[in-house]
Each structure stands twice: as C-alpha cells, then as structure tokens.
Design a protein around this ligand. Structure first.
Ligand code: PGA
Length: 255
C-alpha cells in the first residue's frame, strides 16, 4: 500500500525563526502519526536549522528546487549534493518555476536525473494552464509533461519519485479541482506510468494532487483511489490547517 503524503510547500515564506516555530506548532498539534508522511518544504535557508530541530519529530524535509549540476559558476543556485543530508525530497518543475523562472520539460528532466543520482527523491510537478484546460488539452498536456520529465529513468528510479498533479488554475486561487477531476487526472498519470514502466511500478509510485487543497476538501480528495496525498501551499502555512489535513488523511487511511 502507498503511504499517503501531506507535503507543505511553504514557497518564499517564513524566516528561519518562523519556520522553526511553525514546525514546532505542527508537531504539538499532530504528534507522532506514522500513518501519514509529513513533508515540510521550507525555503532552502531554513533546511539546515529545521533539520537540527526536527530530528526527533516525524517530519521529512524537502527543498523547493535545485540545479542539475553538482557545482560551478551558477550564482544563486543550489545543487543536489548540497541538499544531501538536509532534504529527503526536492520539488521540481513547480508551475511557478515553469512560468516565472523559465523552467522547461527539458530542465525538469535533467534535474530529476540529477536529484536521483544523489539519492534524493524528486517530486515532479505537472499541470495544465486555464487556457489548456478550456481548450480540452488537459490530458495531452499532462501526458507530454510526465513523459518528458521521466524520460530515460529506470523502473527503480520512477518508484522512488513522486508526481504532483497541480492544475495551474487551481494554485493559490481558492478554486480547487473537484475531487473527481483530481482523481481522474491522477489516474491518468498512473496509466502513463503503467504504459512506461508496467503495473508494478505504477502501483507503487505516489501521485499527489495540489491546488487550493485545504481542510474542507482534503477528505474527498484523499478518498480518490489514485490520489496518494497533497502538495499544499497556502493551507500549509498555518499550523492548525496543515495539522487538520494530516488528521483527516490519517482518518481516511485508517477507516
Ligand atoms: P496552494 O498551492 O495550495 O496555495 O494552491 C499549491 C502549490 O503551489 O503547490
């Protein structure tokens, strides 16, 4: 069975002090639940201090991006070897990176290979724009993005990554996809995995939904058989709403 994951994408929010405080608050509210994987993805400067403080808390840590090279003249960038020991996961190809920072399917693929080569787990984000959605191009867009991101990976590598379906029109808008639609597209992602890597790999790989996920809708989203968790932006910045989403998910999975 795939373990559900609640991944908080804090984006460019939180100072180091604020990040430590938020993690402690979440821990106080949720305690030790082993049913749900709790992943915190703070700004990269917070990873080291958070790691020190959360070592005995049930959190995994994730970075929000990285470069594909190991080192070199790339001012402002962070490489996979630098994240080793600090992060378990690296979010790649988030739509904000694609839209605002020139990320392409090709760079997402390079980063996915680089992250895996350094024993980190990628969370590869895919998602269609509002225009693509309205033109009926959701399936073709998602298929192309998943195929491009995973190009050249072997079965074992694919099983250790996570794919997040995040429709761009749902991110930060308060307008989430319906649970049914989110479930259908995550099912499409799984079908693509099956086609590329067979049923066993497709059955073992986690697929998340992201885009205005919150306590109100997470229960219905997590009821979908092809959805294994959520990538949560806004609602992960408040300890109580993130904690509530972890609790609801734990109930769905134990009930
Ligand atoms: P949101 O962000 O939950 O605020 O919509 C999700 C994301 O960007 O990962």
């Amino acid at each position: 069975m795939r373990k559900p994951m609640m991944a908080g994408n804090w984006k460019m929010n939180m100072t180091v002090a604020g990040a430590l405080d938020l993690a402690r608050q979440i821990y106080r509210l949720v305690g030790d639940t082993s049913v749900v994987e709790q992943l915190l993805c703070p700004p990269s400067v917070c990873l080291h201090p958070l790691k020190a403080v959360t070592d005995d808390m049930p959190f995994l840590l994730g970075a929000q991006n990285c470069h594909w090279q190991e080192s070199g003249a790339f001012t402002g960038e962070i490489s996979p070897p630098m994240l080793r020991g600090l992060a378990d996961y690296v979010v790649l190809g988030h739509s904000e990176r694609r839209q605002l920072f020139g990320e392409t399917d090709e760079t997402v693929n390079k980063k996915t290979h680089a992250v895996l080569a350094h024993q980190l787990n990628p969370i590869v984000c895919v998602g269609e724009s509002l225009e693509q959605n309205e033109r009926g191009e959701t399936s073709s867009t998602i298929t192309a993005q998943v195929r491009a991101a995973l190009d050249g990976l072997n079965d074992e590598q694919v099983q250790s990554l996570v794919i997040a379906y995040e429709p761009i029109w749902a991110i930060g808008t308060g307008r989430a996809a319906t649970a049914q639609t989110a479930g259908d597209i995550c099912g499409l992602v799984r079908a693509i995995l099956r086609e590329m890597h067979g049923a066993a790999v497709a059955g073992a790989t986690r697929v998340l939904y992201g885009g205005s996920a919150k306590p109100d809708n997470i229960g219905a989203i997590m009821e979908q058989s092809d959805i294994d968790g959520a990538l949560i932006g806004g609602a992960s910045l408040e300890a109580e709403s993130y904690a509530e989403m972890v609790r609801i998910t734990a109930r769905v999975y134990s009930g």
